[in-house]
Design a binder for this molecule. Sequence first.
Ligand SMILES: Cc1cc2nc3c(=O)[nH]c(=O)nc-3n(C[C@H](O)[C@H](O)[C@H](O)COP(=O)(O)OP(=O)(O)OC[C@H]3O[C@@H](n4cnc5c(N)ncnc54)[C@H](O)[C@@H]3O)c2cc1C
Length: 388
Amino acid sequence: MAQGKKGEHVAIVGAGVFGSWTAHHLQNAGHRVTLIDAWGASHSRASSGGESRLTRAAYGKDAIYTRFASESLPQWQALSAVSGLPILIPCGVLFFSAVEDDYFRGSMEVHKQLSLPIEQMDRATMQRRFPMIDFTGIEFGLFEAKFGALMARRSVQTLVDRFVRAGGECRLGSALPIHAGGSRLNGVKLQSGETLMADRYVFALGPWLPKIFPDVLGKKIFATRQEVFYFAKPAGDKSYSPEAMPGWADFNDGDIFYGFPDLENRGAKFAHDKHGVLVDPDTHDRRPTQAALDEIIAFRDRRFPGLRNAPLIGAEVCQYENSSNGDFLIDTHPSLSNVLLVGGGSGHGFKHGPEVGRYAASRLFGALKEEPRFSLSTKGETQHREVH
Ligand SMILES: Cc1cc2nc3c(=O)[nH]c(=O)nc-3n(C[C@H](O)[C@H](O)[C@H](O)COP(=O)(O)OP(=O)(O)OC[C@H]3O[C@@H](n4cnc5c(N)ncnc54)[C@H](O)[C@@H]3O)c2cc1C
């Protein structure tokens, strides 16, 4: 629970998954919240603006993310229950690999310590349960039945809609920090020309963080180009539906591919979890490349033989907003005591939105002990991904 004087005014810039859940928790704690976004909640260029995101609790030995994901799950379920259309599709998530390596052993250990369910599967079991996947060369799998897919754009927009219905204020247009000296931010300059002054400020700008705070974050958040592709299932075929097929990730000797079943008839989704080239979120070319498509099709044809020759029916080009190692950034600005910086979702942040928001809302008022892994001081200036 976020503490502080009830009724303080908090301005949150950025209505992606992190900013919106922070707004939700601050509002629930009795604060007056203004949520501002240049292009609107979960728009198509934001990192939260895609169709779907996986949620799972398996994180190797990284118990902190296992806890965040499992504590976020009931909050997603609750939002899904009131949203009209589904937000969480509990199709289960299957991770598989040729070997039972440290990541898989670590996930099982942490799940055991936290008493969380996880099912270990051998190749024969996986092949029987999920016949749409060809498990040749795979020996080991972990299945989390309660997790699955989040409808990303819909979930953030539903949350923001509920925030507004509950009395929260939402403003469309850009906002830039105003600092006239001293240790506090004085306000934000809105695109309309108005100055908005609040008691405290949260900047949850995803890949735009280094553009607005170049001195602090210019070298610490890396926006990389990422492409995803959707393919049509064969007519009348139910084997790619979320009732039959899980969300999945093939560890593929460390070169991970992942994907989703045919959610809401949008097509089976495939992506390569490799960081692409560095990009500027305002200007990068959103057209998919032939090279990325060729790579995905080669993978798809090997693991999903039933989708060979399936027509491409959609693509999204987005960006990850990586910290140096994949840990989130949730920390006070180093020289502005009333500003919290929130970001660094690093290609895995979406599922944690509810708990990131809860932690950020508490940190804003200094109510929680600092988690070193989320602090600015632990963020390096070279990309060295460690969290998966
Ligand atoms: C292709 C892809 C696949 C992914 N897959 C998964 C997955 O399977 N599971 C998972 O958990 N995570 C996944 N992620 C990661 C996850 O989606 C992101 O970590 C998360 O959405 C980041 O949210 P955010 O709120 O930090 O940023 P954003 O969603 O980018 O939000 C930032 C907002 O700030 C606004 N803004 C910026 N500057 C200003 C300004 N000056 N004034 C006003 N507004 C401003 C922007 O308009 C934007 O809406 C994936 C990401 C991508 C790109």
